[in-house]
Write a protein that binds this ligand. Structure first.
Ligand SMILES: Nc1ncnc2c1ncn2[C@@H]1O[C@H](COP(=O)(O)OP(=O)(O)OP(=O)(O)O)[C@@H](O)[C@H]1O
Ligand SMILES: [Mg+2]
Length: 259
């Protein structure tokens, strides 16, 4: 359904994506791993057509996604409904007076009737535990509740592709567990970025890894990558540290993993 072929992207002179080739089939659950600055957010923004490849091609169900194509209103409406992105900082997504309006916003934009909007909002608010807060201003929610609200705002659209940019970064372990289970049960194509190696196997079964050189250095099963020290070193996810224990110094590999 999604194909990137020879995609490059630079901000000014800084190349942040280099020759990315990627095919995603419907129903796949992908994890995107890479250290800070490797280009994860940029890649997700390209898939969400917020940025466009400067070289290379992005196609969605065989249709080339480029700036000019978004002038085609029929296509844009379909694309915006089907491919959605949860931002790394969800606060930037919230601007409506109430939780209800927030969840109804994009459905209204896309021309849904109030009755269907109400049905969808109530259904997803219930699944996300947001029913008690429908009249509250989104700013008076906790960080985790805001994150859930942002995700609910995307799911009311019943998308085909859900892109999530470090969704667990601000969640406590319990809410992280909830999200992992929730995503597991969701029958939608997902691509979740994280720099947390230990969460990767929980978030998907196919792993793609952006290296420090901004190329895709791995595309395969999560478990295989976790056995490949060379690849992990290349990704900057593993580091050799020296430690002193008493008067003995030794060095060993250390996972760069922060929960
Ligand atoms: N709007 C921008 N203008 C200029 N440079 C940018 C912009 N956005 C990102 N960059 C640079 O591009 C590189 C890749 O950024 P990106 O946000 O895609 O990385 P990331 O893998 O998502 O990092 P993180 O794990 O910190 O979220 C970084 O060096 C960053 O400084
Ligand atoms: Mg990022």
């Amino acid at each position: 359904m999604i194909e990137l072929s020879g995609v490059f992207y630079s901000y000014d002179d800084e190349e942040v994506l280099r020759d990315i080739n990627l095919t995603i089939r419907e129903g796949e659950r992908l994890v995107l791993l890479g250290i800070n600055g490797s280009g994860k957010t940029t890649l997700l923004k390209i898939l969400n057509a917020l940025l466009f490849p400067q070289k290379g091609i992005y196609t969605y169900f065989g249709v080339r996604v480029e700036k000019g194509k978004l002038k085609d209103r029929e296509f844009t409406k379909k694309f915006r409904k089907e491919v959605v992105l949860l931002f790394q900082n969800p606060d930037v997504m919230l601007f409506n007076p109430t939780v209800y309006d927030e969840m109804a916003f994009s459905l209204r934009q896309l021309g849904f009737g109030e009755r269907e909007i109400r049905e969808r909002v109530l259904y997803w608010a219930d699944r996300f535990g947001l029913l008690p807060y429908l009249d509250r201003t989104p700013f008076r929610l906790s960080g985790g509740q805001k994150q859930k609200l942002c995700l609910a705002c995307l799911l009311v659209l019943e998308p085909k592709v859900l892109l999530l940019d470090e969704p667990t970064a601000n969640l406590d372990p319990k809410t992280t567990g909830w999200l992992v289970d929730f995503l597991y049960d969701l029958k939608v194509t997902t691509l979740v970025s994280t720099h947390n190696l230990s969460l990767a196997p929980e978030l998907g079964d196919r792993l793609i890894v952006l290296g420090e050189d901004h190329t895709l250095i791995y595309d395969g099963r999560v478990e295989e990558f976790l056995k490949d020290e060379d690849k992990m070193l290349k990704a900057g996810l593993l580091h050799r540290h020296r430690h002193k224990h008493g008067d003995k110094e030794h060095s060993h590999y250390h996972l760069h993993d922060h929960l």
